[in-house]
Design a protein around this ligand. Structure first.
Ligand SMILES: [Zn+2]
Length: 349
């Protein structure tokens, strides 16, 4: 407590001590609440310590008051600045220096969100349907030997598909696979029946890049081998798949030929655009071809070391790119490979 008989020197000394201890108290405050307590203790209007010095100023000799008053004002501004500085440090999201506030009128940057390619979406949907039917997914190398790509699959020597004009050869015996079927042989060599696998992957043909052909494209293939597998299993499984994927539309099988299946069949689904009456999409036939299939040729089973007297099987292959084209109404196959974001955004899920 200050006394009424205090000398000017005592006043100045005590005021200097108060300034120092006040600055320390503000700096020591760990949060805004502690700082407020310190503020009331030193700068409070009613009982603050500095307030007492203001009152005591009036008890000093008149000639000493101007000098003491100046020191009082300095002490007050020093303490006020120390308090304000600490409050800025403790304030949440304190902004320092001359950091400019955010410009809220600025339009936001567009958010780019990645999405799956339409062909990937088709492959994943097909995989999902066959997974429910007990199939697992198998993959294999894109560079194959002639034997895996042709020989093991019952292609007779000098088959036109092996022609240099149709196949991309890397070396004498190594080529870029023309279909995913070599993975059938690799799977049969590796695992004993029963086998139910789905084989998606990229294949290569020596084709020009035009509206309906691409030198590299996706294929998806299925293989089922077990005891007692017949054409009934093939028809039932593929019909079920078509109903799930294309909706409940009529389907039909047409006899066909592939070296690695016997008998072979192409599967059509009724045109979804015209409902079977004929239109431009189905070339006036009322049907759209979706896949090739057939019973696995015994020579293919034997080539992979499977006993063809005991086991039978069926296989199919289709092009998810062509399915994506008809599903999304894409007029030119090259659009699938352009990576044009304006197109990809339209099919993004
Ligand atoms: Zn049609």
């Amino acid at each position: 407590m200050l006394t009424a008989t205090m000398s000017v020197d005592d006043y100045k000394r005590l005021l200097a001590e108060l300034t120092t201890s006040g600055q320390r108290a503000f700096e020591a405050a760990r949060d805004l609440e502690e700082l407020e307590h310190a503020r009331i203790e030193y700068l409070g209007d009613q009982r603050g310590k500095l307030r007492e010095f203001q009152i005591a100023l009036g008890t000093l000799p008149k000639e000493a008051r101007p000098d003491a008053g100046r020191q009082f004002n300095t002490a007050k501004s020093t303490l006020t600045e120390a308090h304000d500085r600490r409050r800025q440090d403790l304030a949440p999201n304190a902004t320092r220096g001359d950091a400019r506030p955010a410009d809220l009128s600025m339009p936001p940057r567009r958010q780019w969100r990645g999405s799956k390619h339409p062909v990937t979406l088709v492959i994943e949907e097909i995989e999902g349907i066959f997974r429910e039917l007990g199939f697992t997914v198998a993959t294999g190398p894109e560079a194959e030997t002639e034997w895996y790509n042709f020989g093991s699959l019952n292609f007779p020597p000098n088959h036109p598909a092996m022609d240099l004009h149709d196949t991309l050869y890397i070396g004498d015996d190594v080529l870029l696979r023309t279909h995913t079927s070599p993975v059938q042989t690799r799977t049969l060599q590796k695992y004993a029946p029963p086998i139910r696998v789905l084989i998606p992957g990229r294949v290569y043909r020596r084709d020009f890049f035009d509206p309906s052909h691409a030198p590299a494209f996706e294929q998806i293939e299925g293989l089922c081998v077990d005891e007692g597998i017949s054409f009934v299993d093939l028809k039932a499984t593929l019909t079920r798949f078509a109903n799930r994927f294309f909706g409940r539309r009529p389907t039909r099988f047409r006899p066909s030929y592939f070296p690695f299946t016997e008998p072979s069949a192409e599967m059509d689904v009724q045109c979804g655009v015209c409902g079977g009456s004929g239109c431009g999409v189905c070339k006036q036939t009322g049907w759209v071809e979706i896949l090739g299939s057939g019973m696995v040729h015994p020579a293919v089973l034997e080539a992979a070391g499977v006993d063809s007297e005991r086991y039978t099987g069926w296989a199919f292959g289709m092009g998810p790119g062509r399915i994506a084209i008809s599903r999304y109404g894409i007029p030119d196959i090259r659009i699938l490979y352009d990576s044009d974001v304006r197109f990809l955004e339209q099919v993004a899920e």
